[in-house]
Write a protein that binds this ligand. Structure first.
Ligand code: NAP
Length: 295
């Protein structure tokens, strides 16, 4: 039989709640900390935690601490958690940006058993009520070790994350931030731009008709524009340079494709090539199974 751990989750929203829901009814002891007592009460009612508080002190005997607060609160909570917990406790976070947090911890002279984390799973909703146990099923979960990270800690955290249903990928924080700018943060800006263009179209009659006709294509392309605004602001502002660069690359890519429109054959080739490649990277259930193939 496996030994149970004491696992604390700080920030019981979409991500923190989903971690607890997946670990509910396991051999682990689960502790919750959130900003509002109301959220803690709800977590108790749902049987997600056996201890909980709006104060950090409850996490002191933890083996693992998941910091799942908004991005702009994450670093301070990690530092505070490091001071409260035993030195062997593994502290991780789930923030969508990794460099600012890891850089600060790497420059600090206070050792902390911290490993940055980012589950590549989410929805446009927020809060404990939106969380669900299957959120991380088949998802990638990036880990960005810091200078204090030991191999043992990485292995322990990897095992736990695999129990949440995800597959871990180790990356450098700045490489992570550039990559998520391309596939998550720039698409958010693109989605906002598209939605804004149609909603505020200079030709009001056309814009209004387009909004009435908008179906699955527009819904899929603009889903990210409905992202929890607190999260959107933090993600874009904290990763602004990479996002702006990615947007410039996108505009350049568009100009290449636009030139091909002059010749039907050239554009036809692009349509076939991209459709074939795109259909290979996701399963029918929408999970990414790209393994570095030459698509
Ligand atoms: P969320 O649903 O809004 O949840 C955030 C939670 O943090 C709320 O439950 C809130 O508590 C709590 N909180 C706020 N300030 C706090 C504080 N000072 N101390 C303790 N708890 C505090 O947000 P989320 O989507 O789960 O995002 C949380 C983190 O996950 C962010 O770092 C984000 O980058 C990352 N992430 C999000 C997604 C996504 O798609 N949403 C995907 C991957 C990673 P109350 O409910 O008590 O007010």
């Amino acid at each position: 039989m496996e030994r149970g751990f004491t696992i604390s989750v700080i920030g019981l929203g979409l991500i923190g709640g989903s971690i607890l829901k997946k670990l509910k009814n396991t051999e682990n002891k689960l502790i919750g900390v959130s900003r509002r007592q109301e959220t803690i009460d709800k977590a108790f009612e749902e049987g997600l935690i056996s201890e909980g508080s709006v104060k950090l002190d409850v996490i002191k005997n933890s083996d693992f601490v998941f910091v799942c607060s908004p991005i702009n609160k994450t670093l301070q909570i990690i530092i505070d958690a490091g001071k409260i917990t035993k030195t062997s406790a593994i502290i991780t976070d789930v923030a969508s940006i990794k460099s600012p947090i890891t850089d600060f911890i790497n420059k600090s002279n206070d050792p902390i058993n911290f490993i940055g984390g980012h589950p590549m799973a989410g929805t446009e909703y927020k809060g404990l009520d939106s969380s669900f146990a299957e959120l991380f099923e088949g998802a990638k979960w990036v880990l960005t070790p810091c200078r204090w990270t030991t191999k043992d800690s990485i292995n322990l955290l990897k095992n736990l994350i695999e129990k949440l249903g995800a597959e871990t990928i180790i990356a450098e924080p700045d490489e992570h931030d550039k990559a998520v700018a391309l596939i998550s943060h720039m698409p958010l800006l693109l989605s906002q731009s598209l939605y804004s263009l149609v909603k505020n179209h200079p030709d009001k009659k056309t814009g209004d008709l387009a909004m009435q006709l908008a179906s699955s294509g527009f819904r899929d392309m603009t889903r990210l524009a409905a992202t929890n605004p607190e999260l959107s602001i933090d993600m874009i502002m904290e990763n602004k340079e990479n996002v702006v660069n990615a947007m410039k690359e996108l505009i350049q890519e568009y100009s290449v494709i636009e030139k091909k429109l002059k010749e039907e054959q050239a554009y036809t080739k692009i349509c076939f090539d991209l459709a074939r490649s795109r259909e290979k990277i996701y399963s029918k259930e929408g999970k990414n199974f790209y393994k570095g193939l030459n698509l």
